[in-house]
Write a protein that binds this ligand. Structure first.
Ligand code: TYD
Length: 203
């Protein structure tokens, strides 16, 4: 089973992904917890290229190519082998992040994102957990832990609102694989809701 977590910056999805991995391991499942951009040695190198440095370093189109290149390597070297070995893969962000961040925020490039996805990736997760939350809360959380990788997190409230709406629209577009979880609730409550969504889909 391949599970991705998505949400705006500061939504708490990374914490929730970790909690889910711990719980599934506790039940005896083999779990690979991974993230994007990154998740394989090559993709981690590409991560540095896209998340650090001058925000205008890459055009929107080049950025799509870099994220897709990272994803392809991650898929080949980490995700596919784990799935073939019968493990559960939990990925903090996957292709929906590219649909959102590159497809929407830097112009109308969703068609380009989709074409490359079809050609180079060709699959989506079995389940995508969208941690949906108030953008103001998300932004203040994201600001509280700024790092060198802040370039994507400096977009302001208006963009965060658009991102939230965009993720919710993706959840409708791909309704069968999405579980939308209320991320404004307490972390334990969110974790329970996430687990319920996963349990319902476990083979
Ligand atoms: P990260 O440090 O992993 O933060 P977060 O906890 O918000 O996931 O940063 C990843 C950043 O990269 C995040 O701001 C979203 C962005 N991103 C894209 O723009 N496109 C993508 O395809 C992916 C996977 C991430």
């Amino acid at each position: 089973m391949f599970i991705s977590f998505e949400g705006i910056d500061g939504s708490g999805k990374s914490t929730q992904a970790r909690r889910l991995a711990d719980r599934l391991r506790g039940m005896g499942h083999g779990v690979v917890l991974t993230r994007e951009p990154g998740g394989s040695p090559g993709a981690e190198e590409i991560r540095k290229l896209v998340l650090e440095g001058d925000p205008d370093r890459w055009s929107a189109e080049t950025e799509i190519l870099l994220f897709t290149a990272a994803r392809r390597d991650h898929l080949e070297r980490t995700i596919q082998p784990a799935l073939e070995a019968g493990q559960i893969v939990i990925c903090d962000r996957f292709a929906d992040s590219t649909r959102m961040y590159q497809g929407i925020s830097r112009g109308d490039l969703r068609g380009t994102v989709d074409a490359l996805h079809e050609l180079m990736i060709g699959r989506d997760p079995d389940l995508t957990v969208l941690i949906d939350m108030d953008p103001e809360k998300g932004l203040s959380r994201a600001k509280a832990r700024q790092t060198a990788e802040e370039r994507f997190e400096d977009f302001g409230l208006e963009l965060q609102r658009r991102m939230r709406a965009g993720f919710l629209a993706l959840a409708e577009e791909f309704a069968p694989r999405f579980a939308v979880i209320d991320g404004d609730a307490a972390p334990e409550v969110v974790a329970e809701a996430v687990f319920a969504a996963v349990e319902a889909r476990l083979p």
